[in-house]
Ligand binder design. Structure first.
Ligand code: ADP
Ligand code: UDP
Length: 237
């Protein structure tokens, strides 16, 4: 599959067309960004680690019967994916309080959320990805109710599959974000799953091993990602 025109340069990945209109190539760059692009940096090895992490997780989700855009890891920092018409909402599941929820409701960090919560955010950098309700997403035509129902069920299913994998590695999956799109009218999981888009803590020490290391200036960001990767069995070489 040949890499062709650069379609889009995102905050962490670049998206290329290929010679087949049904497929794209995602290039995982070393760029890190937080607070809606206010804090940026280049982090050695991040692109490669996230690409391998994502390939591993997409494989586990496919094994669990979840349809994903993942086709093939092409190189250490590139992946071939189905070209989706992205649905502009981010689906967030939370198992413990952290980040935006904690701030919004004045909570302490790490409260167990039973049952896990499901939230939607409108994917729009200019607006800072505001939270929105399902009925707002439907009224504004971002997705149909049937699509939202399916995305919610899939996001909870992903939570069950991945919480178990991380738990067995002594890690807590605190929260995560997924993006879905349409491929030939069916809902498919797109984008990526990596420590850039989730929170992962060591079960015993509560050490943060995800993008909060970057957001909070804790240092050893990619080292944290690599520790998680090693613990769940992602091949890094
Ligand atoms: P952002 O857009 O938030 O800066 P990235 O740097 O990760 O994020 O850019 C990747 C872009 O590619 C995102 O806008 C994402 O929605 C989009 N994308 C991910 N997977 C696919 C896919 N399979 N088909 C089309 N677009 C995709
Ligand atoms: N998240 C993400 N991209 C976004 C917003 C959130 O990947 O644009 C992830 C984030 O890493 C966390 C989860 O979604 O794992 C919930 O994020 P939260 O709403 O707490 O946002 P934050 O305040 O951390 O940006």
């Amino acid at each position: 599959m040949q890499k062709q025109t650069l379609l889009y340069t995102g905050k962490a990945k670049s998206v290329y067309e290929t010679d087949n209109p049904d497929y794209l190539i995602l290039h995982f760059r070393n760029d890190a960004s937080a607070f809606n692009g206010e804090k940026i940096a280049k982090l050695d090895r991040k692109g490669k680690v996230n690409n391998r992490f994502n390939s591993f997780i997409m494989g586990k989700l496919a094994e669990a019967g979840i349809k994903t855009h993942f086709e093939k890891q092409l190189s250490e920092d590139e992946v071939l994916v189905k070209r989706l018409t992205m649905i502009p909402v981010e689906c967030v599941v939370r198992n413990y309080s952290a980040g935006g929820l904690m701030k919004r409701l004045g909570l302490e960090e790490g409260l167990a959320l039973v049952p896990p919560t499901f939230e939607l955010f409108y994917k729009d950098d200019k607006l800072g990805d505001p939270m929105l309700s399902e009925s707002t997403a439907v009224a504004l035509g971002y997705a149909t109710q049937a699509q939202l129902d399916e995305m919610k069920a899939l996001t909870y299913q992903v939570n069950e599959v991945l919480s178990k994998i991380f738990d067995e590695a002594g890690l807590m999956l605190v929260d995560f974000k997924l993006e879905f799109g349409l491929f030939k009218d069916g809902i498919v999981l797109g984008d990526e799953f990596s420590p850039d888009g989730c929170r992962l803590w060591d079960k015993e020490t509560k050490k943060k091993l995800d993008k909060d290391r970057f957001r909070q200036g804790l240092g050893d960001v990619v080292e944290g990602y690599e520790e998680v990767a090693r613990r769940i069995g992602v091949p890094l070489e």
